[in-house]
Design a protein around this ligand. Structure first.
Ligand code: SAM
Length: 396
């Protein structure tokens, strides 16, 4: 019966709740049944089949969005020391990258942003900082972006930090502009979407605790892939890396702060490590349209027109990565620069895309699957982090 409920929720919300702990799932089911006055599971399933909104409510009941600024002060005091060490050897131009998955309404992300600002001091304007903060809960992300909290939210936060990094007025408290500007909020499902990469710090607190063991292992393996060598992973006080101590080394007994060990990430090229295979099933191959050569000229022109007007911005490159054709609104992503002409895609794309373009092209020329998605990339011209997609086609 639970399997039926998991399927109904997955169908309605695209969220796979089978990865949440059985005990949490059962507890929330009981709660929902009690609230609705439904006598047993059979009756609840019948209710779910009639009421799409209840499927959403059940899925959301699993998201426990409790959080606060500087939750566990001794943890953030330790993190402040670690950040000070990182920035003491980091040239400004290289910047810093942090990710807070399961950020709820934003308090943890803004706490980290305050610590980064404190660590960098006067260097903040010169050092590009990207603090990605994500959650599966769209309402929580909307709250984090609004960034207005009640006065009580700052209780216990040192007064000098409040004075330097928050604006307090009659409506409540808000992180100051220089703190808000460090953070990029996005909706993101930790269970099914690829991680952000090249991170110096990854703080995922009080989230893994809700997932069953194999999902925790999977997510921690992705975190290992996402972190730079020696970078830091921070977990909640009742969480741990469990059996994955070969990937992460504890730095403190009490505070759950770990350093990434420099060992290969497990199963790096598989789907589960963030590179999603898309449309590679036999069925999807069968469903491919006939080659363009067999289309009548008018059909081909019509097809070209649709692509130019409506396709995702797309680029065709040859096996050497040289650009052969462009479709759609590619201007935002490509930039011609002075000097010796370079018509390779990696040379033409804006610098923020370069690493992902190179990785995708490299994987496309090796034994990787024919269809791939990159890690999410965040650009000022995009409303939320987006993926680059690549499809390998053979000619002739
Ligand atoms: C208890 S809160 C933790 C908030 C914050 N990290 C802290 O420690 O103060 C757990 C958060 O995890 C989020 N969450 C649950 N499942 C998730 C998933 N599959 N992907 C991303 N976030 C998820 C929930 O929406 C919720 O906001």
């Amino acid at each position: 019966m639970l399997d039926v409920i998991v399927e109904l929720v997955r169908h309605a919300t695209q969220v796979d709740v089978s990865h949440y702990k059985d005990s949490t799932f059962r507890r929330q089911l009981q709660r929902r049944m009690l609230e609705l006055g439904v006598p047993d599971l059979d009756a609840y399933v019948a209710h779910l089949q009639q009421d799409a909104a209840e499927l959403q409510r059940l899925q959301r009941s699993l998201l426990i969005s409790v959080t606060r600024f500087f939750r566990d002060p001794e943890v953030f005091a330790r993190l402040a020391e670690v950040l000070a060490e990182i920035v003491s050897v980091r040239p400004d131009a290289e910047g810093l990258r942090l990710w807070v998955p399961g950020c709820a309404t934003g308090e943890e992300a803004y706490t980290l942003a305050v610590l980064v600002a404190e660590a960098l001091g006067d260097r903040l304007p010169r050092c590009p900082v990207r603090l990605f903060a994500t959650d599966i809960d769209a309402d929580a992300i909307a709250h984090a972006r609004r960034a207005v909290y009640p006065h009580a939210a700052l209780e216990g936060v040192p007064a000098e930090l409040v004075a330097r990094h928050f604006v307090v007025d009659q409506d409540g408290v808000r992180p100051a502009r220089h703190i808000r500007d460090l953070c990029v909020f996005a909706q993101h499902d930790l269970l099914s979407q690829p991680p952000f990469v090249n991170l110096d710090v990854l703080s995922c607190r009080n989230v893994l605790i809700y997932f069953e063991g194999s999902a925790q292992v999977e997510i921690l393996s992705r975190f290992h892939h996402a972190l730079r060598p020696q970078a830091c992973l921070l977990l909640g006080q009742s969480e741990s890396v469990g059996a994955l101590s070969e990937l992460f080394q504890s730095t403190d007994g009490h505070v759950k702060l770990f350093r990434r060990r420099t060992v290969p990430s497990p199963r790096l090229l598989e789907l589960s490590m963030g590179w999603r295979r898309i449309g590679t099933s036999a069925a999807s191959h069968k469903a491919r349209p006939e080659p363009a050569a067999s289309l009548l000229a008018s059909e081909r022109r019509f097809h070209q027109h649709l692509l130019q007007r409506h396709a995702l911005p797309s680029v065709l490159v040859d096996a050497q990565g040289q650009v052969q054709h462009l479709w759609g609104d590619v201007d935002r992503f490509l930039k011609l620069e002075g000097g010796k002409a370079d018509f390779s895609l990696a040379g033409l794309c804006v610098p923020a895309l370069r690493a992902e373009v190179r990785t995708l092209l490299h994987l496309a020329t090796t034994a990787a699957p024919s269809e791939l998605a990159s890690m999410p990339v965040a650009l000022p011209c995009l409303a939320s982090p987006s993926y680059l997609l690549s499809t390998k086609v053979s000619v002739g």
